[in-house]
Design a protein around this ligand. Sequence first.
Ligand SMILES: Nc1ncnc2c1ncn2[C@@H]1O[C@H](COP(=O)(O)OP(=O)(O)OP(=O)(O)O)[C@@H](O)[C@H]1O
Ligand SMILES: [Mg+2]
Length: 398
Amino acid sequence: MTHATARAATVEFDQVTKSYDARAAKAGTPGAVNDLSLAVPAGKICVLVGPSGCGKTTSLKMVNRLIEPTSGRIVLDGVDAATRDLTELRRGIGYVIQQTGLFPHQTIEDNVATVPRLLGWPKARQRERAEELLAVVGLEPAQYARRYPAQLSGGERQRVGVARALAADPPVMLMDEPFGAVDPIVREHLQNEFLRIQEQLAKTILFVTHDIDEAIKMGDLVAVMQDGGRLAQYGPPAEILAAPASDFVARFVGADRGLKRLSLTRVADIALSPAVTARVGTDAADARRRTLVDPFPYLLLLDADDRPLGWIDQDHIPGEGLLEARHVDSRSPLLDRRTTLKDALSMLLDDLVQAGVVVDRRGALLGLLTIEQVMAFMRDTAVEGAERSIEQGTGAHR
Ligand SMILES: Nc1ncnc2c1ncn2[C@@H]1O[C@H](COP(=O)(O)OP(=O)(O)OP(=O)(O)O)[C@@H](O)[C@H]1O
Ligand SMILES: [Mg+2]
């Protein structure tokens, strides 16, 4: 085979232990990673998260055998990594290291094209690929391709590191704090951009961070690690937030885990409430009658295509004639189905309105989201989480 295939692979840690100090290990002193077992399904992002020194980088480096385990196996697509040819193994694994590790005497473009060059791609294709990937990570190729790493900021260098790891289209990616050196706004942008390309690439990704918010956002699965590379909990982010397996996990995810859970739920996931509505050009008296019998004292005025124009206070609805756009008193934030409950709540609180108006892609009304509904959602899932942790005997308050 001449180049890496884009197909994703499964990655499995099977009772992996790493002691840097062989003598200490013999004496029974725990090493950097202890008896780590976890399986990452093909095409998923698994985030390793935990405090500094807990063994995240060590765990990653055992996958591409920059570090060999003291015991246990790492299995890629059913094959023990230890039995694979090292060069061939590494070609199938993109690696973004914690401190970028670009080649200082090569241009950015040549850095990004490192693996394609090793694989013997034609020059033109190497350049094309490098430019495409620089654009993906938000570095304008015309501006950056010919520069050297020293002429970039730390955050820009990190983005080049991500582009370089993607260049050969490897089935597995190891990313060690890939967005650690960028400011929160660029970080958010890179996270979103990365999730967007992952939707198409569907690579198997091991992603290291010590930031629980980043873990929750990026991970299909989150592995919370504690000192000595011990797995404290492994599961989808929603499960870890709803039912932390130990006091350590509960403390690590933070007291605001209820709020964090809101960032995992989208408006589409909860049932919306209906609004009293009327279209422009329809009978005002009839709309007024319908609004008066509803507990919510506002009418939502829609245009001919059911797009919300705004609210009319029931006392301001004309007693006769037709409804017009100029009758609107106020507007509330428009939410779409992909808005997270956290963002929705924040918009509702900012605007001091009781209801957000949820619209579909064309802008037509779907229903209302009220602060009470968000609260009810939090209450219900908190109860579910508590019940689950009681069932599992893992309640945070034992
Ligand atoms: N080459 C080495 N020789 C000896 N000990 C090491 C070596 N590399 C790491 N360690 C130790 O192993 C433990 C785990 O280190 P590792 O780099 O895997 O942690 P980490 O979770 O990536 O931390 P951070 O979040 O700070 O990057 C630490 O106690 C560290 O001091
Ligand atoms: Mg590290």
